[in-house]
Structure formats: structure tokens, C-alpha cells
Ligand binder design. Structure first.
Ligand SMILES: [Ca+2]
Length: 186
């Protein structure tokens, strides 16, 4: 009788350990699934964007894209890169998944440095390009925040007396997503 009690106790303990292990496994799996739907910087640095300034698609590799073009014996290099220290995450289309706001910078060989805002929707962890908006040439971005699905940019643009090189006019610009478009909130 004592032996049976001991056996039952041992079996109970083993089942408890097994149940615990299954629960642990399940919660880890759930955690992995949650993480799968995050847009990581690495994914964004290797995604495809429509570049408004370039008027064409660019597929970034490690956050960078370049294209060489020869015209009248001159070699032109067109470059686009991601400003990786200003990527901001937040749910912009109210589906519960965090989307990303990315800044793309383009140079075509001249002095112009074109800055644009691009929205990448989180499609189960895959970045889906939605829309973008040129913010300006050689402008400064102080900050980007996402609040209640609105993108709020604190930027410095060229005022009426500023040279292109040296913007001084501080401005707050707000955007929201309407349909599949980025719309400025005036
Ligand atoms: Ca979303």
C-alpha cells in the first residue's frame, strides 16, 4: 500500500513537471509568434521602397542603394540610404501591429540631399511599402513621434531668407494614413 502511494506521488510529480514543461514550451512559442510580427531594423534596411525623389523603386541592401549612370561620358551615381537612427514604430492602420516610419535620404551626385518620409506597414512581420512624402532638400529632422496613429515630425526647413544649405525655420508637420495614402493634417 505504501509502495502504491509512493508510486502515485512519483507519477503525480512527473506529470506536474511534464505539464509545466508543455506550458513553458507553449508560452515560448507564443512569444516567438509575437516577435515574428515585429518589423526589425534589419528587415527595414533590406526592404523595397518607392523613392519619391528618385521617381523609382529602390531595394535597399544593408540600408543602402546605389545606381550608376553614364551620360555624355560622365559617370553619375545615384544613392539612397535609410536614416537608421530615426526609425519610429507605431500602429498606423489600427490593426494592432506596429508599423514603421522610415526616413530615406537620396543624393544624385550634386549638392542636393533629399529627405523623405516612408511608411512601411507591418504585414505579419513583412514590410509592405505604403506611401511616402518628400520633406525637403537638406532639411533637419529633430524628432518623429507616432501618437494616436498620427505621425508628428519636428523638422527644420529653409525659411524665406535661408540658403538651401542652412535651414533655420522650425516646423511641426503631421501626417495620417487615409486609405493607402499619407495625408498631411493641416
Ligand atoms: Ca499596423
Amino acid at each position: 500500500m505504501k509502495k502504491t502511494t509512493l508510486l502515485i506521488t512519483v507519477l503525480l510529480l512527473i506529470s506536474l513537471v511534464l505539464v509545466g514543461a508543455v506550458c513553458e514550451k507553449k508560452s515560448r512559442k507564443e512569444r516567438e509568434e509575437e516577435e515574428e510580427y515585429k518589423l526589425t531594423l534589419e528587415v527595414l534596411k533590406n526592404a523595397e521602397y518607392y523613392c519619391e525623389a528618385c521617381m523609382g523603386w529602390v531595394k535597399l541592401q544593408g540600408g543602402y542603394y546605389s545606381e550608376e549612370r553614364e551620360e555624355s561620358g560622365m559617370l553619375f551615381i545615384r544613392e539612397t540610404w535609410i536614416a537608421e537612427d530615426i526609425v519610429v514604430y507605431g500602429d498606423l492602420n489600427s490593426d494592432g501591429e506596429e508599423d514603421a516610419v522610415v526616413i530615406l535620404v537620396s543624393n544624385f551626385g550634386g549638392s542636393g540631399v533629399f529627405v523623405e518620409l516612408a511608411v512601411m506597414i507591418n504585414d505579419k512581420g513583412n514590410p509592405l511599402y505604403l506611401d511616402s512624402e518628400i520633406l525637403g532638400d537638406r532639411i533637419i529632422i529633430n524628432s518623429i513621434t507616432i501618437e494616436s496613429s498620427e505621425i508628428i515630425l519636428d523638422i527644420v526647413i529653409q525659411g524665406p531668407d535661408d540658403a538651401l544649405c542652412c535651414p533655420t525655420l522650425e516646423k511641426i508637420v503631421r501626417y495620417k494614413i487615409s486609405g493607402n495614402k499619407l495625408v498631411e493634417i493641416k
